[in-house]
Every structure is written in C-alpha cells, then in structure tokens.
Design a protein around this ligand. Structure first.
Ligand SMILES: CCCCCCCCCCCCCCCC(=O)N[C@@H](Cc1ccccc1)C(=O)O
Ligand SMILES: [Zn+2]
Ligand SMILES: [Zn+2]
Length: 529
C-alpha cells in the first residue's frame, strides 16, 4: 500500500516537472508576458485541484498494469495462436472462401477469450456475416477513440515445400509454424489476447477503442472492412488514429545495416489491375500471318516489363526515412543518406538495385496472368494478360494508365481496367501525431534493443484503406521482427513466428492500450495561450 502511494506520488511529480521547468518561458526559451503566465497558472491549478475534472488517479495513470505474464499464461498465449492457425480460413477468390472455417474462427475467438466476449464494457457485433467489430467503452468520453485492426482470412497454402503442414500450428525449434502466423492471425490473436489479460487484471480503459477483424482482406475487404467502415461512419465515429498490419521491425533489409529498425508505414501504395487483350482472326497454323495475337501481346507486356515506371524517390516519405536512418549506418552510407540534397541521384539508383527497396521508389509492374491459345494447329483468336501495378504514393491511377498507353504504343492492344484504387494520403508523423507518437513510445519501451523508429511506405495493400473516411492517422505496424526470409514466407512457404516474437506482440498491445489512456497532448507554447 505504502509502495503504491509512493509510486503514485513519484509519477505525479515527474508528470508535473516538465511543465514547471518551462514556466515563464516559451519553447524557444524567451520570456512570456505576465498575463499569459497568470492564465497558464490558473489552468494548471484547476487541473491539479481536480475539482471538476477526473481524479488525479485517472489523470496520472497510477493504475498502470505491468506487462508480465505467468508461466501458465505464457503457455495459454501460444496455445491460443496454434489453435487459430489450425482453422483453414482461406480466401481463394472474391467468390470463394472457406465459410465453414470463417464461422468456426468466430466461435473459437469466443471460446479462448471468454472475458473479452462477456465484458460489460464491450459490445460485439458480427458484420458482413463473418467479420467482427468490438467496441470497447472507455470511461472518458472526451478522449477521441482509436482502432486496432487485423484480418483472419489467409491466402491458400498448398502443402508442397512446407517443413510442417501449413495448417498444423506445430511448434518446432521455438517457432509456431503455419499459414497466418505473420499474415495476420498473429495480430488478431495478439489484440484479443492482450485485452483478455488486461480485463482479467480488472483494467478498464479511459479511451474508447474499436477492434475491427476482417474476414476477406486477402481478396479486397469489401464484404468485411468496407462494411464495418460504413457502419462506423453512419454512427458518426471519427477516429484519432488506427493501427493495422503492413510493416515490421526490419532486420537485414538494407545492405550494411545490421541493427534492427522499426518502420511505421504512414503511406500505402495504390493499385491498378490492368488486362491487356489482343484479338486477331483465327486460322490454320500451316500458313500463319506475320504477327499473331500471342506475338503482339508478348511484345507489349515485354516492353512494359523492360520499361520501369519513373523513379519517384524525390517525393513521398522515403527521403525522411533514409535521413533518420542515416546515423545507423557507417561511412560512407551515413554521409550519402544524411546529405540527400547532394547525393539523391546516387541514392535513388542504389535503391533500385534490390527488388524490395525498388518497390519503395516507384510504381511496380508485375505480369501475373497470361492466357492464350486453344490448340496447337490453330492461330489463336485471343490473347490476354493481366498486370498488377502497385502505385507509388506520389502518382495517380490516371498517370500510370497514361504511362502504360505510351509504353505499349500499339492500338491493337486493348486496355481494360479490372480494379484500381489511389494510394492513401500520407499520415502525419510529427510530434503532434498521436497515433505515431504512441506507437513510437511503445516500441521504445517494449523493444529497448531497437534504436530507431522511422516512417515508411507500405508496398502492399491492407484493409486500412477502407477506413480513410474515418481518420487521417493510418499507421501500419506489426510489432514483430522480420527478416527478408520472413517477408518471402508471407504468401509463400514456411510462414512462421517465434514464440518470443509473438509474446512480445501481445506485450506490445498490452502496453499500447495503456499508453493510449495516459497519452498527453504536447503542451502548446505559452505565448499561444
Ligand atoms: C527499407 C526497408 C523496407 C522493407 C520493406 C518490407 C516490406 C514488408 C511489407 C509486408 C507487407 C505485409 C502486408 C501484406 C498485406 C497483403 O498481403 N495484402 C494483399 C491483399 C490485398 C490485395 C489487394 C487489395 C488489398 C489487399 C496484397 O497487397 O496483395
Ligand atoms: Zn495481411
Ligand atoms: Zn496477405
């Protein structure tokens, strides 16, 4: 009891100290006027006396719960994830998914997180038949809510090539194996697990938040995320920020950088799925025309592959990413990245050398489907190819289409847009951006070995774009260490997460929820009062 009081007093004093220290001077150290000083003192007194606002216990967050889990809890944490991996919630296409598994997953969540699903603080709704929206009621309605997101559908996983069956959830050598361990059942389970552990410890949040769990992210999110977003919009919800998958704590992604760095993506690329089609008159293969639909189309897609979209290094958040990272590198990379005003041409070329960093600097062109021909002795009437472009944040769908037309430069090739969406606007990452600041603080406390946190670009797409109408603070970050091999396993083979990584993910969310409750807006300059 005495110890608890001492902690409370200490926290109280340390929270006050920065305000007192700066009193009478603005942020630049200049003296402020007497009237502003009196106004500031009055506001401070009113807050400290707490006669009308929340109690000092609530203000200073004295009821913080440490993220320490018992042996029994640690076993339950990993077993819960293994069980989730065993449910084959596969999205095959827009039309086809394993709906039995999607429904079973909903039952499974209710079973393993009973406190969450029975809490009087939480409203649970099923949206679009299989997706889930949880509304966690905070005690302070003056705080703007936020949202934690994840999805539990997965891409298919043929058994060939895997060290262990992809839906076994087997633990081997300290790793839990299987489809969805990184993308993205780890996040679904970690969010609910952290909340379960907080509620068991009688935590009741001050700031309301939503948990949105999608069931069709891998095939667009139209039936899940888009519906949840429309529901929240109809309820007049505005979010302070949201956190979704899309970036990691990166290890060994950049040459000469051995230390891990956390990248919070503040931008997400757009997309364009374009079908190219050539129609020609069919005929006998014994007397072929000079050009066939296959030849014309092949030449067109080859030109597209051989002509990369322009390098957009100079615009977008990447310059800031590299500038912040520069001090982590040794000579000469630190000089190159730290002086982009001079070395931009060299650095932008360096980024093109590797397929992952190349995806950060330009709109990418991926030839993914090619269909033509019906019989070996028939000149094919029709040839079709589908190309997946991922659009750089500084370009638009229209601009990319224009570039494609100029590169193809052949009227016989028809272009059909199958699907497109623009890149997301860049979310703020400055000192006033609550979502970014909260993530950064939490990364620094949970992962002390991570020296640096940088804003970045997500090269893939997530469900978060469906929520752009509710917030301008969209942050993509999974608190998990990832190496290039782990990146290849996402949608590939041998996807796995270490037990330690997963435990830390739970710990991270446990801390993040509490940090969101105690977050203080940066104090405005006194001369602004
Ligand atoms: C400087 C070092 C940079 C390193 C970059 C490493 C990047 C790691 C990115 C990992 C992204 C994981 C997120 C995957 C999400 C995903 O699979 N999305 C899918 C599904 C989808 C398809 C169309 C529309 C919406 C959604 C996708 O983008 O294809
Ligand atoms: Zn995903
Ligand atoms: Zn995915």
């Amino acid at each position: 009891m005495i110890g608890q009081r001492r902690v409370r007093l200490w926290t109280f004093r340390s929270k006050l100290w920065p305000d007192w220290r700066g009193l009478g001077r603005d942020m630049a150290g200049r003296c402020v006027s007497g009237r502003a000083l009196i106004a500031a003192l009055l506001i401070l007194l009113a807050t400290v006396s707490g006669s009308t606002g929340p109690s000092s216990r609530e203000i200073w967050g004295a009821s913080r719960i440490p993220s320490q889990f018992s042996e029994e809890e640690r076993v339950a944490i990993k077993e819960a994830l293994k069980g989730a991996i065993q449910i084959p919630t596969v999205s095959f296409s827009h039309e086809e998914s394993n709906t039995t598994a999607l429904a079973e997953f909903g039952e499974y969540m209710r079973k393993v997180f009973p406190t969450v699903f029975h809490s009087s603080l939480i409203r649970h709704e099923v949206v679009g038949t299989y997706s889930h929206l949880l509304t966690v009621q905070g005690s302070d309605p003056s705080l703007q809510p936020y949202m934690l997101m994840a999805h539990f559908d997965v891409v298919p996983a043929p058994e060939e090539g895997w060290d262990v069956p992809p839906f076994s959830g087997l633990e081997r050598d300290g790793f839990i194996h299987g489809r969805g361990t990184l993308d993205n059942k780890n996040s679904v389970m970690a969010i609910l697990q952290a909340l379960e552990l907080l509620l068991i410890r009688n935590y009741s949040p001050r700031r309301s938040f939503f948990i949105a769990l999608g069931h069709d992210e891998e095939v667009s999110g139209i039936k899940g995320a888009q519906k949840i977003s429309a529901l929240l919009q109809a309820r007049g919800v505005r979010l302070a920020f949201l956190v979704d998958e899309g970036s990691f704590i990166m290890e060994d992604f950049l040459p000469n950088l051995k230390k891990p760095f956390a990248m919070i993506s503040v931008a997400e690329k757009g997309a364009l799925d374009l079908m190219l089609q050539v129609n020609m008159t069919p005929g006998h293969s014994s007397a072929p025309p000079k050009e066939t639909s296959i030849g014309i189309l092949s030449a067109a897609v080859s030109r597209l592959e051989q002509t990369p979209m322009p390098n957009m290094f100079g615009s977008g958040p990447l310059k800031q990413t590299l500038k912040l990272l520069s001090r982590e590198f040794s000579f000469p990379t630190n000089i190159l990245f730290g002086n982009l005003w001079l070395f931009q041409p060299i650095v932008s070329r360096l980024m093109e050398r590797n397929h992952i960093t190349n995806a950060l600097v330009r709109t990418t062109t991926a030839l993914t489907i090619f269909n033509a021909g019906v019989k070996v002795n028939v000149i094919p009437p029709l040839a079709q190819a589908t190309i997946n472009f991922r659009i750089h944040p500084s370009q638009t769908v229209r601009e990319v289409l224009e570039l494609v037309k100029n590169i193809v430069a052949d009227d016989r090739v028809q272009l059909h847009v199958l699907r497109s969406f623009e890149p997301l606007p860049v979310s703020p990452s400055d000192a006033t951006a609550i979502g970014y600041q909260l993530l950064q603080q939490t990364i620094q406390s949970v992962f002390p070995e991570v020296n640096i946190v940088v804003p970045g670009i997500c090269i893939a797409n997530t469900d978060s774009r469906h929520y752009a109408n509710l917030t301008n603070g969209i942050y993509l970050f999974n608190p998990v260490f990832l190496q290039p091999q782990g990146f290849s396993s996402i949608h590939g083979i041998n996807e796995k997460i270490s037990v330690r990584n997963y435990e830390n993910q739970v710990k991270f969310i446990f801390e993040l929820i509490q940090n969101a409750d105690t977050y203080k807006e940066p104090v405005p300059h006194l001369h602004e009062l």
